[in-house]
Design a protein around this ligand. Structure first.
Ligand code: SAH
Length: 267
């Protein structure tokens, strides 16, 4: 039995054992009870997760893959009584889950060879539920992985880089060529790891911070003085040297400072 790859679900199954093992090993295995694998497909990554200490939950949207997994891992099910309920296969759409309810407000590390068509949405969901997500690692399209990990000054530094790095330390780990997949994707893939910062509270209003970052990058060639016009800044504030900069020049901390300046601006 095998699963026929469906394009609309972003299905590119890994066929190389070493790559699967290396990805599974990117989780640090500290400070959490649960591991959630998104999009297990035929379980290539799953089998290397099973010897970890945490409870493993795999969530897959594709019914055929779920049927395959239940057959493939039936021994883990048979052992359920003895292995203290350590493995669960869920048929579902990750993007529709409330992670806090699903895991009873417990910490959950997320891993996957992710469906590339929803990469950014997966990252934004992890940011939204960051209180419960101590780390996330896995494979994305290389360009997306780089974008999440890059620092200011890079051409691909943008909204997702700033918003992710405000709460997580991001590391680009390694590149994976198309040849280890079936069917091969058209582009290289990249594996990254996000580790939540010790102090992941923002010192400024979160909504305002998100709005400042998004508005600034909407016109990434322009100086902030002009791209942030809609914030009705005072003339005094507009003289501040930071407003002569372009968004890609600002570090995450500078974006936080900028948000603070905007929040305390007096017209
Ligand atoms: N991890 C497997 C498969 C990777 S392909 C491997 O490495 O071989 C990506 C997988 O994500 C596919 O199985 C696809 O069906 C699944 N998927 C796509 N959208 C999803 C969603 N919204 N929620 C959960 N799984 C999803």
């Amino acid at each position: 039995m095998t699963v026929r790859a469906k394009k609309h679900l972003g299905q590119h199954f890994l066929k190389d054992e070493d790559t699967a093992k290396n990805i599974a090993n990117t989780l640090t295995e500290v400070s959490y009870d649960n591991i959630l694998e998104i999009g297990p497909g035929m379980g290539m990554l799953t089998k290397y997760l099973l010897d970890k200490k945490a409870k493993i939950t795999v969530m897959e949207i594709d019914r055929d893959s779920v049927a395959f997994l239940k057959e493939e891992f039936r021994n883990e099910y048979i052992n359920l009584d003895t292995s203290a309920n350590n493995f669960e296969i869920i048929e579902g759409d990750f993007l529709k889950q409330d992670l806090s309810t699903f895991f009873n407000n417990r910490q959950v590390a997320i891993i996957g060879n992710y469906p590339y068509n929803i990469s950014s949405q997966i990252i934004f969901k992890a940011i939204e539920y960051r209180e419960f997500v101590p780390e996330l690692s896995g494979m994305f399209q290389k360009e997306v992985a780089k974008r999440i990990a890059e620092k200011e000054g890079s051409k691909v530094y943008g909204i997702i880089s700033v918003l992710t790095q405000a709460f997580f330390d991001v590391e680009y780990l390694f590149t994976v060529p198309p040849t280890v997949f079936n069917p091969p994707p058209k582009v290289d893939s990249g594996v990254i790891r996000l580790i939540r910062k010790k102090d992941f509270s923002l010192s400024v209003d979160e909504k305002l911070f998100f709005r400042v970052v998004k508005t600034a990058f909407n016109q990434r060639r322009k100086m902030l003085r002009s791209s942030l016009k809609s914030f009705n800044l005072s003339d005094t504030l507009k003289e501040d040297t930071i407003f002569a900069m372009r968004p890609e020049q600002l570090s995450v901390n500078e974006f936080i400072k900028l948000t603070h300046k905007i929040a305390t601006d007096v017209i």
